[in-house]
Design a protein around this ligand. Structure first.
Ligand code: SF4
Length: 192
């Protein structure tokens, strides 16, 4: 079995990727890795980290987590490049470079990321960023198109599921055209 570092940004995507890797169950010995300075605000960051910890415990996988809240680091990295997809390519490179370094430091010749499970991300950019990070760190990036993978329901039962990608910009994109928490509710006839 080959050691693989699995960069994870949320429990449900981690469940999908583990299910996808599990199609070759004897091939991989995963270590879960958390480092996501792109997740805001702080309580959202804690909710996602908590769910990843609970899933790692459920499936009995080792977890390596840098729990520092990286708001300032992320904002500095995307400064001047705040629009998607430009900021996302910065975000992918930031996280995948750190994951590649962690793979090298922990003796994993291969790493991958839950980013490859998302239907909302740019897979060509993810693959390019992962492979560039791998070259720089002297490891290999495993790209899999895991968009249609499904986790074992027992793994993710009752675990927190986020409603937006992670950064404050993506939260704005997700909710700005909705009426969530708008007051007065549109069409209610209530006056301010
Ligand atoms: S939308 Fe998602 S991938 Fe793009 S910068 Fe924000 S957190 Fe990163």
């Amino acid at each position: 079995m080959e050691k693989i570092l699995v960069h994870a940004c949320c429990a449900h995507c981690l469940g999908k990727l583990l299910a996808d890797l599990g199609s070759a169950p004897d091939a991989w010995q995963p270590t879960v890795f958390w480092w996501n300075p792109n997740i805001h605000p702080l309580i959202e960051f804690r909710r996602r980290l908590k769910a990843v910890k609970m899933l790692a415990e459920r499936v009995r996988l080792p977890l390596l987590a840098d729990e520092a809240y990286g708001l300032v680091e992320f904002c500095r990295a995307v400064h001047g490049r705040e629009s998607a997809p430009d900021r996302c390519s910065v975000c992918y490179a930031l996280r995948l470079n750190r994951a590649a370094q962690a793979a090298r430091e922990t003796g994993c010749p291969v790493f991958t990321s839950t980013l490859v499970t998302s239907r909302h991300q740019d897979h060509a950019l993810i693959r390019a960023a992962g492979e560039a990070a791998a070259r720089a760190a002297g490891v290999h990036f495993l790209y899999r198109d895991a968009r249609t993978a499904e986790p074992n329901p027992a793994w993710v039962h009752m675990l927190y599921r986020q409603q937006y990608c992670g950064c404050v910009f993506s939260e704005d994109d997700r909710f700005k055209s909705t009426s969530t928490h708008l007051w007065p509710p549109p069409g209610s006839g209530i006056k301010n």
